[in-house]
Design a protein around this ligand. Structure first.
Ligand code: NAI
Length: 631
């Protein structure tokens, strides 16, 4: 057994800690002034050259030591700073260091006086730290370094490791060329390029494995980790020019990201989705059953838009894939446009502007009205409708609304019991219903006829809800004095296709190309909202705001492992889960269940210590769709 035991040779600077300690010591020791920046740059350049293998280590060390004018107090300050600059994945895997402390060796071209106090907090004994040592004068000023130490010389790490005569498999983790050289020299068995803080192409290209963090190293070597799965293994594919905020949120989480500006057709998507864990799309990409059948690793779909008709939601759910969208990220944008259009229509600004472009100066007030005191009728009092209600009232409008569902009236708004009650009363009628099929033509001949003489009409919801022929007739006969239309029964598939509609060239009609929600702010909101929900789902199991999953808002879990079991909604699964847990004597800290017609979603938080057999048994419960463990 002892023969194959792994020994871990870990570099200190830019690996165990986030930065280069000597650079920081130099920084701390410099008094501030205009020349500080240049001096620092010169120093860092020397460090970097040697890390990339472009300057011998001994030359780099002696040139830098000549520049440093520091003393013991500077070292103390540096140690304090470095305790806060531990690499994130090293910090979170403290338990690994404690458990394997005897087998972990820090071999570094840095300095013992700095390294030992920092790594000892992780349980690494001082005897396992091999590094240079400073020389000091009586006053505590650094006068140089011990030049007899092998680590101060070229190939020093190689000499040091040889001298140690370690047995077993020697794995080296580091970011520098000198770390790779241990493998090249044939003393170490494997070299892992650690790229969490800095990635050097020349080093990565030589590595047996590139490990973007310590989690990946531990996962690869089947060692205990503090998190359930290395995040760098989660591959995200973002199509259709999704907002850059989404890219940075996923990147900060540690995921691998691929962005593509266009959408893919089904065939291409089937190929590209195979190893993807999260896909982000907008309205053009169709996620069909075929695509989902090829999505072997998919955990979540992000619809970076409002609608989700382009996704086979049922099939996704059946495979345990959660879909998230951004249901209200552009609500405000639609409301602002509606308000602006109401004013423009009531003042006939659009026609006045067109006339003036053609040289006609018509300064009359006739037919132009303020919106103050006018009655606005909002059909569909959902997210947009209710928001519009508040802002329209702020502008002095008298608000009426009608919704098929009983909705709380905001502010002084008045609820109408029927659509016709609203139509008869209002000077402005604006549609904000959802686009379900049964809403087709809900505003047609009879409804326009019921409206007030001279009313204005807006549709920024969905095209098919209005009968266009009727609208045109009532615009032309003057009963409707103006309209703003943003959505159409048929909309061009892209910017190249010409738009044709009976609504064109009618006075006081504003036509916009489905841009109600299209603002920079909305795109940014969407780019932030969707990733945050997906990340929460992955990290905690929360499905709040999921389009297809049973919605569940879970409490934080601490000192527990969270078992997530997704199954077909057949009777008795919860009982089976609990029987298995009981038979393994497992202490349940919390359990949550939510079902919908298709699936059941059971989350169980248990104490950290349990036999792996329980996992095996839970996965084997018939009708299980997906099972994951979070910690
Ligand atoms: P929502 O779902 O929050 O609200 C819709 C409301 O309409 C619900 O309260 C519902 O009960 C009600 N409703 C449904 N059918 C009705 C009917 N026949 N009569 C009366 N009330 C009815 O939706 P949200 O977010 O407010 O969006 C409203 C509409 O705006 C949707 O059609 C949406 O697709 C569209 N939209 C358009 C955008 C654009 O760029 N023009 C951007 C964002 C949304």
């Amino acid at each position: 057994m002892e023969k194959n035991k792994i020994k871990f040779i870990i570099d200190f600077d830019s690996t165990f800690i986030k930065l280069e300690a000597l650079d920081e010591l130099f920084n701390i020791s410099l008094s501030s002034g205009s020349s500080k920046k240049n001096a620092l740059k010169e120093f860092e350049d020397i460090t970097s050259k040697s890390m990339n293998g472009k300057l011998s280590f001994s030359e780099s060390l002696s040139s830098r030591m000549k520049l440093i004018k520091a003393d013991r107090t500077h070292i103390e300050k540096l140690i304090k700073l470095l305790s806060r600059k531990i690499s994130a994945s090293v910090f979170r895997n403290k338990l690994f260091f404690k458990k394997y402390s005897e087998d972990i060796f820090i071999i570094s071209g840095g300095f013992r006086e700095i390294i030992v106090p920092v790594v000892s907090k992780f349980g690494i004994p001082a005897k396992n730290v091999f590094a240079n040592t400073f020389t000091f004068d009586k006053a505590g000023n650094i006068t140089g370094f011990d030049i007899s130490n092998p680590l101060s010389k070229d190939n020093g790490k190689i000499e040091q490791l040889k001298k140690l005569g370690l047995t077993g498999e020697l794995y080296v983790i580091g970011d520098g060329y000198t770390d790779y050289e241990l493998k090249e020299a044939g003393i170490a068995h494997k070299f892992f390029a650690f790229t969490e803080n800095v990635e050097r192409e020349i080093v990565s290209s030589k590595a047996d494995h590139i490990t973007p963090n310590l989690d990946e190293f531990l996962y690869l070597n089947n060692l205990p980790m503090s998190i359930s799965y290395p995040k760098n293994r989660i591959k995200v594919l973002l199509l259709e020019n999704i907002h850059p905020d989404a890219v940075s949120i996923f990147k900060d989480e540690g995921y691998q990201i691929e962005t593509v500006s266009k959408s893919f057709d089904e065939k291409e998507l089937c190929k590209r989705i195979k190893d993807v864990s999260i896909i982000g799309i907008r309205s053009k990409t169709h996620i069909s059953r075929e695509v989902l059948d090829n999505a072997n690793r998919l955990i979540a779909i992000g619809a970076f838009c409002i609608g989700t008709n382009q996704i086979d939601l049922g099939t996704a759910l059946g495979k345990g894939i959660a879909v998230f969208n951004a249901p209200f990220s552009n609500t405000r944008s639609v409301v602002e446009l509606a308000l602006a259009e109401i004013i423009i229509l009531m003042r006939k600004i659009f026609d006045k502007s067109n006339q003036l472009h053609n040289g006609v100066w018509d300064k009359s007030a006739s037919g132009s009205y303020e919106i103050r005191g006018k009655k606005i009728g909002i059909i569909g009092y959902g997210k947009i409708g209710s928001q519009l209600s508040v802002l329209a009232e702020d502008l002095g409008m008298d608000v009426y609304y009608y919704d098929v569902i009983d909705k709380l009236a905001l502010g002084n708004a008045t609820k109408c019991n029927t659509l016709y009650e609203l139509l008869k009363k209002c000077d402005v009628v604006t549609l904000h219903v959802d686009g379900k099929k049964s809403n087709t033509d809900i505003i047609g001949e009879k409804e326009f006829k019921s409206m007030k003489e001279g009313a204005v009409f807006l549709n920024l919801s969905r095209g098919h809800v209005v009968n266009i022929e009727s609208l045109v007739r009532y615009l032309k006969n003057g009963k409707i004095s103006g309209a703003s239309i943003d959505v159409y029964p048929y909309e061009p598939s892209g910017n190249d296709e010409q738009f044709v509609s009976m609504l064109q060239n009618i006075p006081n009609v504003i036509l916009t190309p489905h841009i109600g929600g299209s603002t920079e702010e909305a795109q940014k909101n969407i780019g932030n909202f969707v990733p945050s929900k997906i990340i929460e789902f992955i990290n905690t199991g929360n499905t709040f705001y999921s389009v297809n999953f049973p919605e569940i808002q879970l409490p934080q879990f601490q000192n527990a492992h969270r078992l997530i079991h997704i199954h077909e909604n057949v009777p008795g699964i919860l009982a089976q889960i609990n029987n298995i847990l009981a038979s393994h004597n497992i202490n349940i800290i919390g359990q949550y269940l939510k079902t919908n017609e298709q699936v059941g979603y059971v989350i169980t938080d248990i104490k950290k210590k349990y036999s792996q057999n329980v996992i095996h048994d839970l996965k084997k419960i018939p009708h299980t769709i997906k099972f994951r463990i979070l910690y």
